[in-house]
Design a protein around this ligand. Structure first.
Ligand code: JFZ
Length: 462
Protein backbone atom coordinates (compact mmCIF):
# COMPACT_ATOMS: atom_id res chain seq x y z
CA UNK A 1 0.00 0.00 0.00
CA UNK A 2 1.21 3.47 -0.97
CA UNK A 3 1.94 5.61 2.04
CA UNK A 4 0.83 9.16 1.46
CA UNK A 5 3.80 11.48 1.53
CA UNK A 6 3.49 14.95 2.86
CA UNK A 7 5.13 17.61 0.74
CA UNK A 8 8.34 18.96 2.22
CA UNK A 9 10.51 21.81 1.10
CA UNK A 10 13.42 20.97 3.39
CA UNK A 11 13.20 17.23 3.63
CA UNK A 12 15.48 14.69 1.99
CA UNK A 13 16.60 15.57 -1.53
CA UNK A 14 17.01 12.01 -2.68
CA UNK A 15 15.22 8.67 -2.46
CA UNK A 16 17.42 5.60 -2.31
CA UNK A 17 21.18 5.40 -2.21
CA UNK A 18 23.68 7.60 -3.99
CA UNK A 19 25.00 5.87 -7.12
CA UNK A 20 28.24 7.80 -7.78
CA UNK A 21 31.84 6.57 -7.55
CA UNK A 22 32.69 8.52 -4.38
CA UNK A 23 29.88 6.89 -2.48
CA UNK A 24 30.73 3.48 -3.95
CA UNK A 25 34.22 3.96 -2.56
CA UNK A 26 32.79 4.88 0.86
CA UNK A 27 30.67 1.72 0.80
CA UNK A 28 33.72 -0.45 0.23
CA UNK A 29 35.76 0.88 3.18
CA UNK A 30 34.62 -1.65 5.76
CA UNK A 31 36.87 -0.32 8.52
CA UNK A 32 37.53 3.24 9.60
CA UNK A 33 39.26 5.11 12.38
CA UNK A 34 37.79 7.93 14.46
CA UNK A 35 40.12 10.31 16.28
CA UNK A 36 38.99 12.60 19.09
CA UNK A 37 41.78 14.97 19.89
CA UNK A 38 41.74 18.41 21.41
CA UNK A 39 42.69 20.32 24.56
CA UNK A 40 40.45 18.02 26.65
CA UNK A 41 43.24 15.47 26.25
CA UNK A 42 45.35 17.54 28.69
CA UNK A 43 43.12 17.08 31.79
CA UNK A 44 42.31 13.55 30.55
CA UNK A 45 39.17 13.24 32.67
CA UNK A 46 40.60 14.80 35.84
CA UNK A 47 40.71 18.24 37.36
CA UNK A 48 42.16 19.35 40.65
CA UNK A 49 42.77 15.73 41.65
CA UNK A 50 39.12 14.85 41.07
CA UNK A 51 37.91 12.16 38.69
CA UNK A 52 35.33 13.03 36.05
CA UNK A 53 33.20 10.03 35.16
CA UNK A 54 31.62 11.43 32.00
CA UNK A 55 33.10 11.35 28.50
CA UNK A 56 36.49 13.10 28.77
CA UNK A 57 35.84 15.43 25.81
CA UNK A 58 32.89 16.85 27.79
CA UNK A 59 34.89 17.78 30.88
CA UNK A 60 34.38 21.50 30.34
CA UNK A 61 30.68 21.02 31.07
CA UNK A 62 31.38 19.40 34.45
CA UNK A 63 30.71 21.48 37.58
CA UNK A 64 34.13 20.45 38.96
CA UNK A 65 35.90 22.08 36.00
CA UNK A 66 35.99 25.89 36.09
CA UNK A 67 35.37 27.08 32.53
CA UNK A 68 37.92 29.86 32.81
CA UNK A 69 40.59 27.25 33.61
CA UNK A 70 39.52 25.04 30.74
CA UNK A 71 39.59 27.94 28.33
CA UNK A 72 43.25 28.57 29.21
CA UNK A 73 44.36 24.98 28.58
CA UNK A 74 45.19 25.64 24.94
CA UNK A 75 48.10 27.77 26.12
CA UNK A 76 49.70 24.51 27.29
CA UNK A 77 48.82 22.42 24.27
CA UNK A 78 52.19 21.22 23.04
CA UNK A 79 51.99 17.63 21.83
CA UNK A 80 55.69 16.87 21.57
CA UNK A 81 55.04 13.15 20.97
CA UNK A 82 52.67 13.76 18.07
CA UNK A 83 53.62 12.21 14.77
CA UNK A 84 50.94 12.32 12.09
CA UNK A 85 53.02 9.88 10.05
CA UNK A 86 53.09 7.37 12.93
CA UNK A 87 49.33 7.66 13.47
CA UNK A 88 48.65 7.19 9.77
CA UNK A 89 51.02 4.22 9.58
CA UNK A 90 49.31 2.59 12.54
CA UNK A 91 45.87 3.17 11.00
CA UNK A 92 47.10 1.72 7.73
CA UNK A 93 48.47 -1.35 9.49
CA UNK A 94 45.17 -1.77 11.30
CA UNK A 95 43.45 -1.87 7.92
CA UNK A 96 41.51 1.41 8.16
CA UNK A 97 40.38 2.86 4.83
CA UNK A 98 39.10 6.15 6.22
CA UNK A 99 39.61 8.39 9.18
CA UNK A 100 37.27 10.87 10.84
CA UNK A 101 39.20 13.55 12.71
CA UNK A 102 37.75 16.08 15.15
CA UNK A 103 38.62 19.46 13.64
CA UNK A 104 36.57 21.18 16.37
CA UNK A 105 34.68 19.53 19.20
CA UNK A 106 31.98 21.13 21.39
CA UNK A 107 34.57 23.23 23.29
CA UNK A 108 35.23 25.17 20.08
CA UNK A 109 39.00 24.60 19.94
CA UNK A 110 40.19 24.32 16.33
CA UNK A 111 43.11 22.06 15.40
CA UNK A 112 43.59 24.15 12.26
CA UNK A 113 44.60 27.83 12.15
CA UNK A 114 41.11 29.18 11.49
CA UNK A 115 40.92 32.80 10.38
CA UNK A 116 37.60 33.17 12.17
CA UNK A 117 38.63 32.57 15.78
CA UNK A 118 41.77 32.92 17.87
CA UNK A 119 40.88 29.76 19.74
CA UNK A 120 42.97 27.61 17.47
CA UNK A 121 46.19 25.65 17.16
CA UNK A 122 48.23 28.63 15.94
CA UNK A 123 47.94 30.21 19.38
CA UNK A 124 49.20 27.18 21.29
CA UNK A 125 52.88 26.51 21.99
CA UNK A 126 52.70 23.89 19.24
CA UNK A 127 51.67 26.52 16.64
CA UNK A 128 51.73 24.20 13.60
CA UNK A 129 48.62 23.19 11.68
CA UNK A 130 47.80 19.77 13.11
CA UNK A 131 44.97 19.20 10.69
CA UNK A 132 47.26 19.75 7.71
CA UNK A 133 49.79 17.32 9.17
CA UNK A 134 47.08 14.69 9.65
CA UNK A 135 45.49 15.15 6.23
CA UNK A 136 48.88 14.99 4.52
CA UNK A 137 49.99 11.88 6.41
CA UNK A 138 46.75 9.96 5.90
CA UNK A 139 46.53 10.99 2.25
CA UNK A 140 50.02 9.57 1.84
CA UNK A 141 48.88 6.23 3.26
CA UNK A 142 45.86 6.21 0.97
CA UNK A 143 43.40 6.60 3.85
CA UNK A 144 40.48 8.92 3.03
CA UNK A 145 39.98 11.81 5.43
CA UNK A 146 36.64 13.02 6.80
CA UNK A 147 36.32 16.11 8.95
CA UNK A 148 34.33 15.93 12.18
CA UNK A 149 32.84 19.34 12.97
CA UNK A 150 30.74 20.21 16.01
CA UNK A 151 27.97 22.74 15.49
CA UNK A 152 27.82 23.22 19.26
CA UNK A 153 30.60 25.71 20.02
CA UNK A 154 30.98 26.66 23.68
CA UNK A 155 33.63 29.22 22.79
CA UNK A 156 31.84 31.38 20.23
CA UNK A 157 29.95 34.30 21.83
CA UNK A 158 27.12 33.96 19.32
CA UNK A 159 26.52 30.30 20.00
CA UNK A 160 23.59 29.70 22.30
CA UNK A 161 21.59 26.61 22.86
CA UNK A 162 17.93 27.24 22.11
CA UNK A 163 15.44 26.98 24.93
CA UNK A 164 14.72 23.35 25.69
CA UNK A 165 12.36 21.66 23.25
CA UNK A 166 9.17 20.57 25.02
CA UNK A 167 6.83 17.83 23.74
CA UNK A 168 4.38 20.62 22.80
CA UNK A 169 7.09 22.30 20.72
CA UNK A 170 7.51 19.07 18.78
CA UNK A 171 3.79 19.04 17.97
CA UNK A 172 3.79 22.68 17.02
CA UNK A 173 7.24 23.16 15.58
CA UNK A 174 6.40 26.19 13.47
CA UNK A 175 5.68 28.11 16.66
CA UNK A 176 8.80 26.96 18.47
CA UNK A 177 11.02 29.94 19.31
CA UNK A 178 14.56 29.09 20.35
CA UNK A 179 15.29 32.58 21.66
CA UNK A 180 13.43 35.04 23.81
CA UNK A 181 15.06 38.28 22.74
CA UNK A 182 16.09 39.98 19.51
CA UNK A 183 19.58 40.40 20.93
CA UNK A 184 19.91 36.59 21.18
CA UNK A 185 18.69 36.23 17.63
CA UNK A 186 21.21 38.77 16.35
CA UNK A 187 24.04 37.06 18.16
CA UNK A 188 22.97 33.72 16.74
CA UNK A 189 23.14 35.22 13.26
CA UNK A 190 26.83 36.00 13.86
CA UNK A 191 27.33 32.40 14.92
CA UNK A 192 25.70 31.10 11.75
CA UNK A 193 27.96 33.26 9.61
CA UNK A 194 30.98 32.04 11.61
CA UNK A 195 29.95 28.41 11.14
CA UNK A 196 29.52 28.88 7.40
CA UNK A 197 32.88 30.63 7.14
CA UNK A 198 34.65 27.84 8.98
CA UNK A 199 33.11 25.13 6.83
CA UNK A 200 34.04 26.93 3.63
CA UNK A 201 37.52 27.46 5.07
CA UNK A 202 37.89 23.75 5.83
CA UNK A 203 36.81 22.66 2.35
CA UNK A 204 39.05 25.29 0.77
CA UNK A 205 42.18 24.64 2.82
CA UNK A 206 41.92 20.83 2.96
CA UNK A 207 40.90 20.06 -0.60
CA UNK A 208 41.49 16.31 -0.34
CA UNK A 209 39.01 15.73 2.50
CA UNK A 210 36.20 13.52 1.26
CA UNK A 211 33.42 14.47 3.60
CA UNK A 212 32.10 16.15 6.73
CA UNK A 213 30.91 14.42 9.91
CA UNK A 214 28.60 16.74 11.79
CA UNK A 215 27.84 16.61 15.47
CA UNK A 216 25.99 18.69 18.06
CA UNK A 217 23.06 19.41 15.75
CA UNK A 218 20.38 18.33 18.19
CA UNK A 219 19.90 21.78 19.66
CA UNK A 220 16.61 23.57 18.89
CA UNK A 221 18.24 26.80 17.69
CA UNK A 222 20.12 24.92 14.97
CA UNK A 223 17.15 22.74 14.05
CA UNK A 224 14.99 25.83 13.70
CA UNK A 225 17.42 27.14 11.05
CA UNK A 226 16.37 24.31 8.69
CA UNK A 227 16.04 26.56 5.61
CA UNK A 228 19.39 28.24 6.11
CA UNK A 229 21.17 24.94 6.87
CA UNK A 230 19.62 23.33 3.80
CA UNK A 231 21.02 26.16 1.69
CA UNK A 232 24.42 25.79 3.37
CA UNK A 233 24.46 22.06 2.65
CA UNK A 234 23.76 22.79 -1.02
CA UNK A 235 26.53 25.36 -1.05
CA UNK A 236 29.06 22.94 0.47
CA UNK A 237 28.10 20.21 -1.97
CA UNK A 238 28.43 22.59 -4.90
CA UNK A 239 31.91 23.54 -3.69
CA UNK A 240 33.06 19.94 -3.58
CA UNK A 241 31.38 17.53 -5.99
CA UNK A 242 31.19 14.08 -4.44
CA UNK A 243 31.32 15.43 -0.88
CA UNK A 244 29.90 12.95 1.62
CA UNK A 245 27.74 14.21 4.48
CA UNK A 246 25.95 11.97 6.95
CA UNK A 247 22.41 12.25 8.23
CA UNK A 248 23.23 14.41 11.23
CA UNK A 249 23.40 17.91 9.79
CA UNK A 250 19.97 19.41 9.47
CA UNK A 251 16.33 19.05 10.39
CA UNK A 252 13.32 19.46 8.12
CA UNK A 253 10.63 22.12 8.58
CA UNK A 254 8.82 19.93 11.11
CA UNK A 255 11.85 19.48 13.36
CA UNK A 256 12.66 15.94 12.18
CA UNK A 257 16.37 15.10 12.10
CA UNK A 258 18.15 12.17 10.47
CA UNK A 259 15.01 11.00 8.74
CA UNK A 260 12.58 13.59 7.43
CA UNK A 261 8.84 13.76 8.16
CA UNK A 262 8.27 11.08 5.49
CA UNK A 263 10.85 8.79 7.08
CA UNK A 264 13.34 9.33 4.24
CA UNK A 265 17.03 9.52 5.17
CA UNK A 266 18.52 13.01 5.02
CA UNK A 267 22.14 13.05 3.86
CA UNK A 268 24.23 10.33 2.28
CA UNK A 269 24.33 7.69 4.99
CA UNK A 270 22.77 7.02 8.37
CA UNK A 271 24.94 8.43 11.10
CA UNK A 272 22.81 7.34 14.03
CA UNK A 273 24.68 4.13 14.95
CA UNK A 274 26.68 5.62 17.76
CA UNK A 275 28.05 2.89 20.07
CA UNK A 276 25.29 0.70 18.74
CA UNK A 277 24.80 -1.80 15.95
CA UNK A 278 21.69 -2.82 14.06
CA UNK A 279 20.44 -6.29 14.92
CA UNK A 280 19.39 -7.19 11.42
CA UNK A 281 19.41 -5.83 7.90
CA UNK A 282 15.79 -4.69 8.36
CA UNK A 283 16.98 -2.13 10.92
CA UNK A 284 18.93 -0.19 8.26
CA UNK A 285 16.04 0.16 5.77
CA UNK A 286 18.28 -0.20 2.73
CA UNK A 287 20.35 2.87 3.65
CA UNK A 288 24.09 3.28 3.80
CA UNK A 289 25.32 3.55 7.39
CA UNK A 290 28.33 3.35 9.63
CA UNK A 291 28.81 2.55 13.28
CA UNK A 292 31.15 4.64 15.41
CA UNK A 293 32.46 2.77 18.45
CA UNK A 294 34.45 3.54 21.56
CA UNK A 295 36.94 1.14 23.16
CA UNK A 296 35.67 1.65 26.73
CA UNK A 297 31.95 2.16 27.31
CA UNK A 298 31.74 5.86 26.52
CA UNK A 299 35.04 7.69 26.17
CA UNK A 300 35.97 9.43 22.93
CA UNK A 301 38.62 11.92 24.00
CA UNK A 302 41.57 10.78 26.11
CA UNK A 303 40.66 9.74 29.65
CA UNK A 304 43.65 8.62 31.70
CA UNK A 305 41.52 6.34 33.88
CA UNK A 306 39.27 4.02 31.92
CA UNK A 307 36.81 2.34 34.23
CA UNK A 308 34.22 -0.28 33.38
CA UNK A 309 34.40 -2.74 30.51
CA UNK A 310 37.10 -2.28 27.89
CA UNK A 311 36.47 -4.03 24.59
CA UNK A 312 38.87 -6.69 23.32
CA UNK A 313 40.00 -7.11 19.74
CA UNK A 314 37.70 -10.14 19.50
CA UNK A 315 34.75 -7.95 20.50
CA UNK A 316 35.74 -5.34 17.92
CA UNK A 317 36.44 -7.80 15.11
CA UNK A 318 33.00 -9.29 15.64
CA UNK A 319 31.43 -5.81 15.45
CA UNK A 320 33.40 -5.09 12.28
CA UNK A 321 32.27 -8.28 10.56
CA UNK A 322 28.72 -7.84 11.80
CA UNK A 323 28.64 -4.28 10.40
CA UNK A 324 29.89 -5.33 6.98
CA UNK A 325 27.46 -8.28 6.96
CA UNK A 326 24.67 -5.67 7.12
CA UNK A 327 26.20 -3.30 4.52
CA UNK A 328 27.72 -0.93 7.07
CA UNK A 329 31.18 0.39 7.88
CA UNK A 330 32.72 0.07 11.33
CA UNK A 331 34.67 3.01 12.75
CA UNK A 332 36.84 2.52 15.82
CA UNK A 333 37.67 5.51 17.99
CA UNK A 334 41.11 6.53 19.25
CA UNK A 335 41.73 9.25 21.83
CA UNK A 336 45.39 10.32 21.79
CA UNK A 337 46.77 11.90 24.96
CA UNK A 338 47.73 15.52 25.54
CA UNK A 339 51.25 14.93 24.31
CA UNK A 340 50.05 13.34 21.09
CA UNK A 341 50.72 9.69 21.92
CA UNK A 342 48.24 6.95 21.18
CA UNK A 343 47.78 5.00 24.41
CA UNK A 344 49.21 1.47 24.68
CA UNK A 345 45.76 -0.15 25.01
CA UNK A 346 44.71 1.33 21.67
CA UNK A 347 48.01 0.50 20.02
CA UNK A 348 47.59 -3.13 21.10
CA UNK A 349 44.06 -3.28 19.68
CA UNK A 350 45.17 -1.67 16.42
CA UNK A 351 47.89 -4.29 16.11
CA UNK A 352 45.58 -7.22 16.87
CA UNK A 353 42.90 -5.99 14.48
CA UNK A 354 45.58 -5.34 11.86
CA UNK A 355 47.02 -8.84 12.25
CA UNK A 356 43.53 -10.23 11.74
CA UNK A 357 42.87 -7.96 8.77
CA UNK A 358 46.09 -8.98 7.07
CA UNK A 359 44.74 -12.52 6.86
CA UNK A 360 41.04 -11.81 6.47
CA UNK A 361 40.54 -8.42 4.81
CA UNK A 362 39.17 -10.11 1.68
CA UNK A 363 36.04 -10.86 3.75
CA UNK A 364 35.71 -7.14 4.63
CA UNK A 365 36.73 -4.70 1.87
CA UNK A 366 34.08 -4.20 -0.78
CA UNK A 367 31.89 -6.88 0.76
CA UNK A 368 28.12 -6.80 1.16
CA UNK A 369 25.14 -8.44 2.79
CA UNK A 370 24.22 -12.05 1.98
CA UNK A 371 20.59 -13.05 1.99
CA UNK A 372 20.98 -16.37 3.79
CA UNK A 373 19.40 -17.51 7.02
CA UNK A 374 21.38 -16.34 10.05
CA UNK A 375 23.33 -19.11 11.79
CA UNK A 376 24.87 -19.21 15.24
CA UNK A 377 28.49 -19.62 14.10
CA UNK A 378 28.91 -16.06 12.82
CA UNK A 379 28.37 -13.80 9.82
CA UNK A 380 28.21 -13.90 6.03
CA UNK A 381 29.73 -11.33 3.71
CA UNK A 382 30.23 -11.58 -0.03
CA UNK A 383 32.00 -10.27 -3.09
CA UNK A 384 31.54 -11.56 -6.64
CA UNK A 385 31.23 -15.35 -6.58
CA UNK A 386 32.59 -15.75 -3.08
CA UNK A 387 30.67 -15.94 0.15
CA UNK A 388 32.78 -15.46 3.28
CA UNK A 389 31.74 -17.26 6.42
CA UNK A 390 33.38 -15.58 9.41
CA UNK A 391 33.24 -18.07 12.25
CA UNK A 392 33.00 -16.38 15.64
CA UNK A 393 31.55 -19.32 17.59
CA UNK A 394 33.28 -22.47 16.41
CA UNK A 395 30.75 -25.33 16.52
CA UNK A 396 31.61 -28.24 18.79
CA UNK A 397 31.03 -30.68 15.88
CA UNK A 398 33.46 -28.68 13.68
CA UNK A 399 30.76 -28.15 11.08
CA UNK A 400 29.54 -24.85 9.78
CA UNK A 401 25.95 -25.26 8.64
CA UNK A 402 24.28 -23.28 5.89
CA UNK A 403 20.88 -23.38 4.30
CA UNK A 404 20.33 -22.25 0.72
CA UNK A 405 16.81 -21.70 -0.59
CA UNK A 406 15.73 -23.15 -3.93
CA UNK A 407 17.05 -20.87 -6.67
CA UNK A 408 19.92 -19.64 -4.48
CA UNK A 409 23.58 -19.90 -5.46
CA UNK A 410 25.11 -23.36 -5.34
CA UNK A 411 28.28 -24.04 -3.32
CA UNK A 412 31.16 -25.29 -5.51
CA UNK A 413 34.10 -25.37 -3.15
CA UNK A 414 35.14 -24.22 0.30
CA UNK A 415 38.50 -23.45 1.88
CA UNK A 416 40.07 -21.60 4.78
CA UNK A 417 41.00 -18.05 3.90
CA UNK A 418 44.09 -18.22 6.10
CA UNK A 419 45.82 -21.15 4.36
CA UNK A 420 43.61 -22.19 1.42
CA UNK A 421 43.11 -25.66 2.97
CA UNK A 422 40.04 -27.32 1.54
CA UNK A 423 36.99 -27.64 3.74
CA UNK A 424 34.71 -30.50 2.66
CA UNK A 425 31.19 -29.59 1.71
CA UNK A 426 28.76 -32.20 3.01
CA UNK A 427 25.41 -32.22 1.23
CA UNK A 428 22.65 -32.95 3.74
CA UNK A 429 19.77 -32.91 1.29
CA UNK A 430 16.77 -30.64 1.50
CA UNK A 431 14.54 -29.58 4.33
CA UNK A 432 10.75 -29.32 4.30
CA UNK A 433 10.95 -25.82 2.83
CA UNK A 434 12.95 -27.34 -0.05
CA UNK A 435 16.12 -25.47 0.95
CA UNK A 436 19.44 -27.25 0.43
CA UNK A 437 21.33 -28.00 3.61
CA UNK A 438 25.11 -28.15 3.71
CA UNK A 439 27.69 -28.69 6.40
CA UNK A 440 31.15 -27.34 5.78
CA UNK A 441 33.70 -29.36 7.70
CA UNK A 442 36.37 -27.24 9.35
CA UNK A 443 39.70 -28.99 8.63
CA UNK A 444 40.29 -30.77 11.95
CA UNK A 445 43.95 -29.87 12.25
CA UNK A 446 43.12 -26.15 11.90
CA UNK A 447 43.43 -24.28 15.18
CA UNK A 448 42.66 -20.63 15.58
CA UNK A 449 42.30 -18.45 18.64
CA UNK A 450 40.68 -15.68 16.60
CA UNK A 451 37.57 -15.51 14.43
CA UNK A 452 38.41 -17.17 11.10
CA UNK A 453 37.01 -17.18 7.61
CA UNK A 454 35.86 -19.98 5.31
CA UNK A 455 35.56 -18.98 1.68
CA UNK A 456 32.65 -20.55 -0.15
CA UNK A 457 32.77 -20.30 -3.91
CA UNK A 458 29.36 -20.38 -5.47
CA UNK A 459 27.97 -20.69 -8.98
CA UNK A 460 24.84 -21.89 -10.75
CA UNK A 461 21.64 -22.23 -8.79
CA UNK A 462 20.14 -24.65 -6.33
C1 JFZ B 1 28.55 13.07 20.29
C2 JFZ B 1 29.50 13.90 21.14
O1 JFZ B 1 28.78 14.61 22.10
C3 JFZ B 1 30.53 13.01 21.76
O2 JFZ B 1 31.43 13.76 22.54
C4 JFZ B 1 31.30 12.29 20.65
O3 JFZ B 1 31.99 13.24 19.85
C5 JFZ B 1 30.32 11.48 19.80
C6 JFZ B 1 30.98 10.86 18.61
O4 JFZ B 1 29.27 12.33 19.32
O5 JFZ B 1 27.77 12.27 21.13
C7 JFZ B 1 26.67 11.64 20.67
C8 JFZ B 1 26.31 11.71 19.36
C9 JFZ B 1 25.17 11.03 18.93
C10 JFZ B 1 24.43 10.31 19.81
C11 JFZ B 1 24.80 10.23 21.13
C12 JFZ B 1 25.93 10.91 21.55
N1 JFZ B 1 23.32 9.63 19.34
O6 JFZ B 1 23.00 9.63 18.12
O7 JFZ B 1 22.63 8.93 20.14
Amino acid sequence: QEKTKISLQYGSHREGKRTDADMARWRGYGLGQFIHWGVYAIPGGHWDGKYYGGAAEWIRSWEGMPNAEYDKLYKQFNPVNFSAAAWAKQAKNMGAKYVIITTKHHDGFCIWPSKYTDYNIKNTPYKKDILKEIVTAYDKEGIDVYLYFSIIDWNHPGYQAGTGITPEDRLNWSNYKPFKTDEEKTRYATFKEFTRNQLIELLTDYPTAKGLWFDGTWDGAWMKEFAWVDQLEKELRAMRPGLIIGSRFRADENGKRGFDSNGVLMGDYEQGWERDLPNSIEDVHGNDWDCVMTVPENQWGYHSDWRGYVKTSDDLIEMLVKSVSMNGNFVLNFGPDGKGAIRPEETKLAKEIGDWMKINNEAIYGCTYVNLKKQGWGYYTKKDNKIYLTVINRPINERVNIEIPKGGLKPIKAYLLENKKTADIINRGRNKQNSSLYSIAIPTEYKSNKPFVIVLEVGGTE
